[in-house]
Design a binder for this molecule. Structure first.
Ligand code: N1C
Length: 274
């Protein structure tokens, strides 16, 4: 039974519900818009980075390259991007052979790039247009979406054919196809297996080395003082065995300090440094 006394509190309650619903709606809308903007910024930010890094290289249409890049992964399951999907991108910015100056590496990324940044002796994949444009970035698509995502993408080991890994597999293969003359590889002498058969260097690049173009492979084993592995390491013997007839194999232990010393003397000739 309703009395005159209990109507006002009910009205109050109804008003409270109304205000609460409006507040919840508004908060949801704001969160949704912010999330949408953040996701969109993922695409925009990646594109901006891609284009601005690309523009440092003269003679390419960076918008066209971005288009060729996007078509490899946009709208796809990020675990189902085979390396061949990057063929059109590689074809649009092919690698040029830099005989006697090509530098490969495995587990020595920082030492290598610290050196190549300071001295203009060697060319790594990251010094080429595609390598430099995508170095350090993460990207992927999603089925049924036309967006590029930069977060929530599968990790390096989550699935074999992931967007980022397939790019590096393809780019590394195409880069190694051009290896010519005397080739250098910096490997890590602080780990038990400097030459790992499952690394990109071991599983892709070495397999592409061609004896009609290449004269020698010169391994620089980067060590810390006098500790760690040396050139007699079993994994390096495996690497030597993989060198096809006609490709000479050399290995030299060089301390990281020596390499840093080389970096700080740009006047010294490239080869004579170690
Ligand atoms: O698996 P890795 O090394 O042996 O690959 C290195 C090898 C180099 O010679 C490069 O030519 O493969 C090429 N390469 C890159 O240029 C490159 N840039 C950035 C391979 N991977 C590259 N990355 C990232 O480093 C990549 O996203 C992955 O995470 C690492 C692989 O490095 P590694 O295991 O030390």
């Amino acid at each position: 039974m309703e009395t005159g006394e209990d109507r006002p509190p009910q009205k109050k309650r109804r008003r409270c519900y109304l205000i609460l619903s409006v507040a919840v709606f508004l908060i949801t809308a704001v969160v949704a818009v912010a999330l949408g903007l953040a996701l969109h910024q993922g695409t925009d930010h990646l594109k901006t980075t891609f284009i601005s890094r690309c523009e440092k290289f003269k003679g390419y249409s960076c918008q066209k390259l971005w288009g060729a890049f996007e078509q490899a992964y946009v709208g796809r399951d990020p675990c189902k991007v085979p390396m061949e999907d990057y063929d059109p991108l590689i074809a649009a910015a092919p690698f040029k052979p830099a005989c006697n100056r090509m530098m490969f590496w495995s587990k020595t990324k920082n030492v290598v790039h610290d050196f190549t940044e300071k001295r203009d002796c060697f060319v790594t994949l990251e010094d080429t247009l595609l390598g430099s444009v995508l170095n350090g970035l993460t990207w992927c698509g999603k089925e049924g979406s036309s967006e590029t995502f930069t977060t929530g993408c599968p990790g390096w080991t989550d699935c074999e054919n992931n967007t980022v890994r397939s790019f590096w597999n393809k780019a590394s293969a195409a880069f190694a196809d051009n290896a010519c003359g005397d080739v250098t590889a910096m490997l890590n002498g602080s780990i038990a297996t400097p030459f790992s058969p499952v690394s990109i260097f071991g599983s892709i690049e070495v397999k592409r080395f061609n004896s009609t173009r290449m004269t020698s492979l010169n391994v620089i084993l980067v060590t810390q003082k006098d500790t760690g592995t040396n050139c007699t390491n079993a994994s390096l013997k495996d690497l030597q065995k993989e060198m096809k007839k006609g490709i000479k194999y050399n290995c030299k232990e060089v301390t990281e300090a020596q390499i840093q010393e080389c970096s700080s003397h740009p006047e010294k000739p490239c080869g004579a440094c170690w």
